[in-house]
Design a protein around this ligand. Structure first.
Ligand code: NAI
Ligand code: MG
Length: 499
């Protein structure tokens, strides 16, 4: 095992405080109830830090602060230039604090320090920088109506946004939500996931350092049904943006029908990754590995249904299993680690239960298939990178989101079979296709109903490309110009030129 990098003093101080407070109206405060909760280091199962536990009263205060900041604070009269500078400063500060943020993220979530440092943190900075660019470019339109009128549209912020984010990319999801919301002039109450609240709280300090006025972003850590539920139900919240499970997404859809809040939902997936026999095998194997084991498979668009053309299935599955078995597993703080622990005991139980379900359904684990309790890993939430063969597309392991390092290899006959099987799922978040045949790649791209389609690559993201789901993977798009639609209302203005 390579030596873990020393924990920075800043990180030690951050986690060792008696408890981390929440950010309401520019102040770091305890919960109204005085309660705190523990966040755990999933590599060791030990308590990492204590955090103020937000509930309805705290959400009430946070929403009122966000409302005031939206209606009559300095934010309401800020110029686009002010907001551009602010978002650029946030991006710079994230980069300046990259080591500290990466260590916090890895300790809290479990992911490898290389992924934190090379993916999560720079992508978070990049997202703020990208949306800084949109602040003064989200134009309205002039409309060629009756010439006696001047008719145009204004794009206005939606108002107070409740943003509820998951634990798999804690800082990055905060950036995906906050970037466009702030660019469009909204105010926010952000609720980080209870498993991983630390990097969002550190981001709160960064937002203050960057000069964000009080109340524009309030951060209330806490649990889903309490803090999250209070935000979803609050009458002064204009919009909910949610990333998480399809189950909770449906609940939010139902709960918000009473107030007709604007809602955008980025939910689960069971994405097909389709490998044709004419693909470059080594590239496709590497792509398949990355597609499913990146972030321990805790990725909504993970390529968990790996369809392989019949004639190369056995050879491909064999190579994949060898590579999966050889992936270095350990604590995320060890720079040699490729696959870290799952985020929580709940996630460990969920994933290992699916391993049993798969075996009972008749699938064969040709790599992994069990928890990893190797030396030094006994107390952590480690599951070995698992490759199942003998999987049929209607088995539970091929249809239900597992959210762990588990891939099902499924053979297919030809292009139309690949399209039919790939399409057969409740979800529609993403898909991959591997082939040298350009026309075939484009045909499959059209056949699969999903929000993202990767050709000869997988898990590629950019702040400028929209991301979101078809079907039960949700609605609305994060990132790109498209996310501006989530955070603006359009006002049509008519001016009678005869008076
Ligand atoms: P979850 O959907 O319960 O949690 C996501 C966020 O929603 C957290 O901040 C949580 O506190 C909040 N939340 C939970 N219940 C809520 C409620 N009733 N009202 C408002 N907010 C609520 O996901 P969980 O339980 O952590 O993971 C379960 C499964 O969900 C995973 O195994 C995975 O399949 C899926 N998931 C998908 C994610 C994605 O990126 N699409 C991210 C996280 C989980
Ligand atoms: Mg939950």
């Amino acid at each position: 095992m390579a030596a873990a990098p020393a924990l920075s003093q800043a990180v030690q101080d951050f986690v060792r405080a008696p408890f981390r407070k929440m950010l309401i109206d520019g102040n770091w405060v305890a919960a109204a109830s005085g309660k705190t909760f523990e966040t755990v280091n999933p590599a060791t199962g030990e308590v990492l830090a204590n955090v103020a536990e937000g509930d309805a009263e705290d959400v009430e205060r946070a929403v009122r602060a966000a409302r005031r900041a939206f209606d009559d604070g300095p934010w309401a009269t800020s110029t686009p230039t002010d907001r551009v500078k602010l978002l650029l400063r946030v991006a710079d500060l994230i980069e300046q604090n990259a080591q500290e943020l990466a260590q916090l993220e890895t300790l809290d979530n479990g992911k490898s320090i290389n992924e934190s440092l090379n993916v999560d943190i720079p992508s978070a900075a990049g997202t703020f920088r990208y949306y800084a660019g949109w602040v003064d470019k989200a134009y309205g339109q002039t409309i060629p109506s009756d010439p006696t009128f001047f008719n145009f549209t204004l794009r206005e912020p939606v108002g107070v946004c409740g943003q509820i984010i998951p634990w798999n990319f804690p800082l990055l999801m905060a950036a995906w939500k906050l970037g466009p919301a702030l660019a469009c002039g909204n105010t926010v109450v952000l609720k980080p996931a209870e498993q991983t609240p630390l990097s969002a709280l550190r981001l709160g300090e960064i937002l203050q350092e960057a000069g964000l006025p009080d109340g524009v972003v309030n951060i209330v850590p806490g649990f889903g049904p309490t803090a999250g539920g209070a935000l979803v139900r609050h009458p002064l919240v204009d919009k909910i943006a949610f990333t998480g499970s399809t189950e909770v997404g449906k609940e939010i859809h139902r709960e918000t029908s009473g107030t007709l809040k604007r809602v955008s939902l980025e939910l689960g997936g069971k994405s097909p990754n389709i490998v044709f026999a004419d693909a470059n095998v080594e590239d496709a194997v590497q792509g398949a590995l990355m597609g499913v084991f990146f972030n321990q498979g805790q990725v909504c668009c993970a390529g968990t249904r790996l369809f392989v053309e019949q004639k190369m299935h056995d050879e491909f599955a064999d190579t994949l299993a060898k590579h999966a078995s050889a992936m270095q597993q350990g604590p995320g703080m060890d720079p040699a680690t490729r696959v870290g622990p799952l985020v929580s005991k709940e996630q460990l139980d969920r994933v290992t239960s699916y391993l049993e379900i798969g075996k009972k359904e008749g699938a064969k684990a040709v790599a992994g298939g069990e928890r990893n309790t190797g030396k030094g890993l006994e107390k952590g939430y480690f599951v070995k990178p698992t490759v199942f063969t003998g999987v049929k597309n209607d088995m539970r392991i091929a249809q239900e989101e597992i959210f762990g390092p588990v891939v099902s290899v499924i053979p297919f006959k030809d292009e139309s079979d690949a399209g039919l099987q790939g399409h057969h799922t409740l979800y529609g978040l993403a898909a991959g296709v591997w082939t040298k045949d350009v026309s075939k790649a484009h045909r499959v791209a059209r056949a699969i109903r999903a929000g993202t389609l990767w050709v000869n690559c997988y898990n590629v993201f950019g702040a400028s490309a929209p991301f979101g789901g078809y079907k039960q993977s949700g609605y609305g798009r994060d990132l790109g110009k498209h996310a501006l639609d989530n955070y603006t209302e359009t006002k049509a203005v008519w001016v009678d030129l005869r008076r």
